[in-house]
Ligand binder design. Structure first.
Ligand code: ZN
Length: 156
């Protein structure tokens, strides 16, 4: 089963990451032809980058290798169920299929609890723990107006 083969590789990336000072997560992006086009490990603490999750790193590398921001027809494999940030990135990258092995509960037991983010997403902005404010500005629609009027834009 090729899915298990790729997942074994993500777990090995996660183990190697722990052994080299990173976080316990690994991910790979597989192209249509079955080749690995991106790999990633969690390097949040190594890079001082809270967005440097394994899935994000793998997506960035795949996009760089394919010279595109569109990974439709690609599959992402992750050593653990993606967090809400990575889930969002997976949607933005238009990845069509995700396989993972460890789940949210295992991540939480390991000290990586993203349940609070999932819970926050179900609240209204006013109910969230995050202090989150909308302030009206006269020019707040100008970026969109210029974007809509721009003839040479690249849609995504
Ligand atoms: Zn993540």
């Amino acid at each position: 089963m090729k899915e298990k083969h790729y997942l074994h590789q993500t777990v090995q990336l996660a183990i190697d990451s722990v052994r080299s000072g990173g976080g316990p997560f690994g991910a790979i992006v597989i192209g249509q032809d079955g080749h690995i086009i991106g790999t990633g490990q969690n390097i949040v603490t190594k890079a001082n980058d809270p967005t440097a999750h394994a899935e994000i790193q793998a997506i960035r590398q795949a996009c760089e290798n394919l010279n595109t921001f569109d990974l439709s027809s690609c599959t992402l494999y992750a050593s653990c169920e993606p967090c809400p940030m990575c889930l969002g990135a997976i949607y933005w990258a238009k990845i069509e299929k995700v396989y993972y092995t460890a789940d949210q509960q295992q991540a939480a037991a390991g000290g990586f609890d993203d349940q609070f983010i999932y819970k926050e997403l179900n609240k209204t902005p006013e109910e969230r723990d995050l202090s989150f404010h909308s302030i009206d500005l006269d020019e707040n629609n100008q970026p969109f107006e210029e974007w809509i009027d721009k003839d040479d834009k690249e849609q995504y």
